[in-house]
Ligand binder design. Structure first.
Ligand code: ADP
Ligand code: ASP
Ligand code: MG
Length: 396
């Protein structure tokens, strides 16, 4: 059996017109001789009746503290509705199809409601239905625990359903269909003329996704990399061949620029002179115990600096409030990451980044780098300009 997994995001299944486009892609694969597994996201974006954000707002509107277990049960319905609607659309087009929830597709997760990890997949049910000649439409973004509780995989998690199923079913290809024509060097919402990267390595896409390129979910591409699942990112709405992701050696110096918004910066200084190493330990321990993840950490004799998600910034302030520390909180920041596996062999990239931002009056709040990324923290209101000038500087 030659299996293909095709995943359609929220905008690709939002209305009858977009579903018609998706159905055409599915039928094409079926007619080429593939056994087709379709993975769908909830229909539409915030405001559409069954979109994930709409369901979250519904739960919030009741006013009781949100229970993560119950919220997952609610959110899973968005994808289940989409799966049934897609299966019906395929039936209408004359192709036998069956909708399955994540659990029915054999996806088993841990108990971490809201961010559950897939711990195993039992592909028998999907294989049996494919064997009957059906197109199997699986609700993305969800699974079931060993004890039968429904979980969700984290925002954007339908991509993960697709690559995990692709691996478990030994699919020839996993296609991620979305509202852009492929992976670009920069989010096309910021640079509309950004070019499609025709070929990417797993390492490049993982780095882009980890630093915020929302086009694919970080966990999805990590699974594809580890299990060597061939992956394509392409548009539901055009015939473009999109981006092919696979093994290989990266050839570019700079692959692209990813960004993350809604970040808060924290600077901690000692009231009476210098922070001691014990102080630094205490700061990071307190945050870890509160389950707050920190990024862009820097420790110097005078101060400790790091960033957190903006939504937990006030909590960080409360946790670190003490007679010994001066804590400075700055909301409204954005992190821009220049990603290039080839960067490790080239001198002077950092100098160009700093000079370019300086020449354009962009305030650099903080930087961290590794061999293959340079991340810069800037004010959110300067983010677009910063991305544009770096895009031009590096000829992306
Ligand atoms: P879906 O609902 O299909 O999963 P998403 O909204 O999750 O779609 O992802 C697609 C979006 O990712 C695009 O609309 C685009 O704005 C954004 N994006 C961010 N970075 C990139 C990039 N480097 N290349 C392409 N798209 C990107
Ligand atoms: N519907 C979920 C979300 O909006 C999962 C996904 O779209 O991949 O996050
Ligand atoms: Mg997505």
């Amino acid at each position: 059996m030659r299996i293909i997994v095709q995943k359609f995001g929220g905008t690709s299944v939002a209305n009858p017109e977009s579903r018609e486009k998706a159905v055409a892609k599915i039928i094409k694969a079926k007619n080429e001789g593939f056994s087709v597994v379709v993975v769908v996201s909830a229909m539409g974006r915030n405001g559409d009746p069954y979109a994930t954000d709409t369901l979250i707002n519904l739960a919030k509107s009741i006013g009781a503290p949100l229970d993560f277990r119950d919220l997952d049960l609610l959110l899973s319905c968005g994808e289940i509705i989409a799966a049934v609607v897609m299966a019906q659309a395929l039936e209408k087009a004359g192709y036998p199809a069956i909708a399955l929830s994540g659990g029915q597709a054999g996806i088993v997760t841990d108990q971490n409601f809201g961010e559950a990890k897939i711990i195993g997949i039992n592909p028998e049910n999907v294989l049996k239905r494919l064997g009957e000649g059906k197109i199997v439409v699986v609700a993305g973004f969800q699974g079931v625990t060993a004890s039968g509780e429904i979980t969700t995989l984290g925002r954007g998690g339908s991509d993960t359903t697709a690559t995990a199923l692709g691996s478990a079913l030994k699919a020839e290809l996993v296609e991620i269909y979305t509202d852009v024509e492929g992976v670009m060097a920069v989010d096309p919402r910021i640079i509309p003329e950004a070019k499609i990267l025709r070929e990417l390595t797993y390492q490049e896409i993982c780095e882009m996704a980890n630093h915020g390129a929302k086009v694919v979910h970080p966990r999805a591409v990590a699974i594809a990399r580890d299990q060597k699942v061939p992956l394509k990112v392409r548009s539901t709405f055009t015939e473009d061949i999109g981006t092919l992701i696979g093994d290989g050696k990266p050839t570019r110096v700079i692959t692209g620029i990813a960004h993350q918004v809604k970040i808060g910066r924290v600077l901690v200084k000692a009231k009476n002179g210098q922070l001691t190493p014990e102080d630094s330990v205490k700061i990071f321990k307190v945050l870890a115990e509160a389950g707050i993840s920190v990024d862009m950490n820097s420790i110097s004799p005078g101060q400790v600096g790091f960033v957190v998600k903006q939504e937990v910034l006030d909590k960080v302030g409360e946790l670190l409030a003490s007679d010994d520390f001066l804590v400075e909180l700055l909301p409204g920041c954005a992190k821009i990451s220049l990603i290039g596996i080839g960067m490790q062999d080239v001198l002077g990239v950092m100098a160009r980044v700093v000079e370019t931002l300086h020449q354009h009056d962009i305030k650099l709040l903080h930087t961290v780098d590794s061999e293959i990324t340079i991340s810069c923290l800037v004010l959110e209101e300067q983010m677009e300009k910063a991305i544009k000038v770096l895009y031009n500087e590096f000829g992306l």
